[in-house]
Design a protein around this ligand. Sequence first.
Ligand code: LMR
Length: 339
Amino acid sequence: MKMRMTTPWRFALAMVLTSIGANAFADAPIVIKFSHVVAVDTPKGKAAAFFAKRAEELTKGQVKVEVYPNSQLYKDKEELQALQLGSVQMLAPSLSKFAPLGVKEFEVFDLPFLFNNYAELHRVTQGPVGQNLLSKLEAQGITGLAYWDNGFKVFTANKPLKKPADFKGLRMRIQSSRVLMAEMQALGAEPQVLAFSETYQALQTRMLDGTENPPSNLYTQKMHEVQKHLTVSNHGYLGYALVVNKKFWDGLPANLRKLLTQAVEESTKVANDQAFVANRDAMANVKAAGKTEIHMPTPEELLALKKALLPVHAQMTGRVGQDTLKAIYRETGFKPPAP
Ligand code: LMR
């Protein structure tokens, strides 16, 4: 039997629906979806959670941040596409991952032995050089809000890695970066680009032989359980840019953007403090787990590693841009080796 609604009933129903819709809209918070690929218990994971909490507190619930860790929503490449399309509003990809968007300069951070410590790094990331690099993302529809630290990388494999010759022929997982590719090739290894979320399995099944990570990433992904040897090489840096979809950011009411900027500043401090602590603790945890032999390179071994890797700077200058590289050298006092 067909039900027919009389005009007064139709009118009443429309009124109810309109008022529900209007109320729902008035009370609905602005939602920021924040996707990332690492565990919650990492510098980035903790800083993202802190940002979510502070954003909601400072805006008194007018902004709600939904954090999706561990590649739950998107893997490395997809998350950047999702950001540009506006399917998510915020990310903090590693600096190595921006080149596919056409901003190749970010690969400068991948150059081996470019920074000796966090202090040198911060002169770049917290100064004009870092700011200038972030501004290059605007043309891609992305606004760079801050740099978040992770840390300095260690090499791992199932054989000891003491001298460059030990890397020969090893299939090493890298992030998608030409500079990292050149780094592994300089050691005679075979670089393999793979999404972060697929790395553990590739190592476990021995599809790949080894990789490089800051200890916090290695430990929280349990990679140490499937890697018998680790060399504390600190041969390169891995960190992040906290980025937001530009259209979304520019479209926010100015007062909310200001409060979110404050939340960003506070979370940057959390990320950077956590980076130091988390990597130190992760190394201790890897040691305590007893599954991986840890090797501290001798000064001679470190020198041999540097000798093999430093030519990557000259080789990759065209890729990362002479001006960017020189500006970083100026900030840090790095002296490039004579060609
Ligand atoms: C990686 O792919 O190794 C890292 O970029 C993961 C991350 O976000 O720290």
